[in-house]
Ligand binder design. Structure first.
Ligand code: NG6
Ligand code: CA
Length: 508
């Protein structure tokens, strides 16, 4: 009996011990399961649908992007809201159609912030759900509320519309001020050499691209003939701030490091990162180690460089142990352009490469190539590889990411399409209004309707068909992906239905 009692006691101790262990294990699983995934949006600038291997490019190599796209949900019908930068970024972050906001157009470096500080934004929504939120890269949504003094703290900006951390360039690489701004302060500014910026008048005695071609290492083709920085003429005039000026060739590495450091610093909390890369926007200044990498001159080299940066960034997520718990969304702010104002051989060395893929138009255009862009989601171990033909827009990310993190935030324009973004069953949008330079067009199912617009059908300087016509245009993309057959005359009923639906949304 004694022996039996001892045996039972030992058994009891063992059982209760393993019970506790089990409970501990359950707890760990529960914590892991409820752990909010990190969210990263990688956004390129002017990268076309056809610029990437995963959409059929053969002349340009993008192995890192291809691996992610082919391991995630690759969208063939994924759209930026607009054919230029500022409006697309506005829609991405706020979930509101940019044509509702009159100031959502290409902004100078001195423009005030166009997102209202009371507006809902992706970072704000995520912050409310416990995320640490950051942006590294191109902003181009305005800063300050009137005249910005670059020598003082610049506000409001990204930090006032939901970002805990910001490391940005104010506008574009071709616009002044050519400095980085961290949490509202110009990085590396010498107070004895203050920065002045003006988009109308030059500062006394300052050389310009227009008057001093001998000082240029890159020549301007149209626009871009104001202040010269690093031998590159820019849009706008800038004086001072010498020590703070960025090195164009280092910009990709610089933003990559910013994105990597951000991950390292915040890997232990749910984080959101908007990694807004500058490539392949003008001026295209790939680091010397990428010069010649594409055989297509600086534009192609910048695409190769961007792909490399993304590969390095993914490695960081992996090494830091967060790749499995990070949803990655990749896209571009608008379609491709070759000559966007500098002589950089983009046209001359293009060869057989087709930046717009099979689509008509490009950046600035209401035709498909203006807004149909590379688009994929990737989440290691969570998203199954898939090609999706569902219609999605970057503007839908706000409501869809809200679904992901259990927020009820949404807007009237941003559709909650989380299942589609995660590659589950479900349907995308029924329709979409796209925008290019304040003009709008309407997409519904396979159909596209472009209302009549005055103006040259071809934007001469960049040699892109922008969609202007005196007549209505109606295309069926299923039969005519290149938008060559205008069906407006032969299919009047469809045209009328499209106009009615378009006007209903525009008037909403
Ligand atoms: C245009 C610039 C172009 C580019 C664009 C903005 C000229 C003639 N052209 O005004 O080079 O900077 O603005 O591009 O100045 S975006 O991708 O940021 O929308
Ligand atoms: Ca752009």
């Amino acid at each position: 009996i004694r022996l039996n009692q001892t045996f039972l006691f030992v058994l009891f101790v063992f059982a209760s011990f393993s019970c506790k262990e089990k409970a501990k294990e359950d707890q760990v699983t529960a914590v892991e399961e409820t752990k909010q995934p990190n969210i990263v949006i990688i956004y390129t600038d002017d990268l076309g649908y056809g610029d990437v291997g995963f959409n059929g490019a053969t002349e340009i190599k993008t192995p890192n992007l291809d691996k992610l796209a082919n391991g995630g949900v690759r969208f063939t019908n994924g759209y930026a809201s607009s054919a230029t930068c500022t409006p697309s970024r506005y829609a991405l972050l706020t979930g509101i159609y940019p044509w509702r906001e009159k100031d959502a157009k290409i902004l100078p470096g001195t423009a005030p912030l166009i997102i209202g500080t009371e507006q809902i934004t992706i970072p704000k929504m995520l912050k409310e759900k416990g995320y640490y939120t950051g942006i590294v890269g191109k902003w181009h949504l305005g800063l300050g509320s009137g005249h910005v003094d670059w020598n003082k703290h610049v506000s409001p900006g990204p930090n006032e519309v939901g970002f805990d951390y910001s490391y940005i360039m104010a506008a574009t690489q071709d616009r002044v001020p050519t400095v980085y701004i961290e949490n509202g302060d110009v990085v590396g500014l010498d107070p004895n050499d203050p920065i002045e910026v003006d988009y109308k008048n030059n500062f006394e005695g300052q050389p310009t691209g227009k008057d001093n071609p001998e000082l240029l290492k890159m020549k301007w083709h149209h626009g871009h003939n104001n202040t010269i920085v690093n031998g590159i003429p820019r849009i706008g005039y800038m004086k001072g701030g010498e020590a703070a000026k960025w090195k164009d060739e280092d910009m990709a590495d610089h933003f990559l490091k910013g994105a990597q450091d951000y991950v390292k610093k915040h890997k232990n909390e749910p984080f959101f990162l908007y990694y807004a890369m500058q490539q392949p926007h003008v001026p295209r200044t790939p680091h010397p180690r990428f010069v010649g990498a594409s055989g297509m001159g600086p534009r192609g080299d910048a695409v190769v460089e961007a792909d490399w940066c993304i590969g390095e960034f993914i490695k960081t997520l992996e090494v830091e142990g967060v790749l499995d718990n990070t949803l990655i969304i990749f896209s571009s702010d608008n379609g491709p352009v070759l000559n966007d104002g500098y002589y950089d051989d983009a046209v001359e060395k293009l060869g057989n490469h087709t930046p717009a893929g099979a689509f008509r138009g490009g950046k600035y255009s209401l035709f498909e190539a203006g807004t149909r862009v590379p688009f994929f989601t990737y989440w290691k171990g969570k998203i199954q590889p898939k090609v999706s033909n569902e219609l999605v827009c970057q503007m839908d990310l706000l409501s869809s990411l809200a679904q992901l993190v259990g927020s009820d935030a949404s807007t009237k324009d941003s559709e909650a399409l989380l299942d589609v973004f995660l590659g589950n069953e479900g349907h995308g949008r029924d329709n979409l209004v796209v925008e290019a330079g304040s003009r709008t067009a309407y997409k519904e199912g396979d159909w596209v309707m472009i209302p009549p617009y005055d103006g040259n059908p071809i934007l001469k300087q960049v040699n892109i068909e922008v969609g202007n016509s005196k007549e209505y245009q109606l295309y069926n993309l299923k039969e005519d992906i290149g938008q060559q057959n205008n069906l407006a005359e032969t299919n009047k009923d469809k045209l009328q239905a499209m106009i009615t639906n378009f006007e209903a949304i525009r008037g909403k």
